[in-house]
Design a protein around this ligand. Structure first.
Ligand SMILES: [Zn+2]
Length: 100
């Protein structure tokens, strides 16, 4: 892990950079274990309406899935499965700015 401000290496778990004193941005790692299982279950049962995206704070993705479901029926569900596969294999990135 490296400081975003000065680029110095920071000890794992440190809240501040030793070099410049900048606050260390906490990495989002709550998407593990039980939380991940819950999100996957939500995505399987109501993923077509973006509920799992809302749960992760990804409003843009959620809206796209709702629109996909309303406009094209299966599109929202296809997008939801795309999320489910990524969640299951651990490559999912929580990104509130992304649409897909
Ligand atoms: Zn620093």
């Amino acid at each position: 892990m490296f400081c975003e401000k000065c680029g110095k290496e920071i000890m794992a778990g440190a809240a501040f950079c030793d070099e410049c004193g900048a606050a260390v941005k906490k990495e989002i790692n709550w998407l593990e274990g039980e939380n991940k299982l819950i999100i996957i279950l939500i995505a399987i049962f109501c993923g077509a309406f973006g509920i799992h995206n809302f749960a992760m704070g990804e409003t843009k993705k959620a809206i796209l899935r709702i629109l996909g479901s309303l406009l094209c029926g299966v599109l929202g569900y296809i997008l939801a499965w795309y999320d489910i596969v990524k969640l299951a294999n651990g490559t999912y990135n929580v990104n509130p700015e992304a649409f897909i």
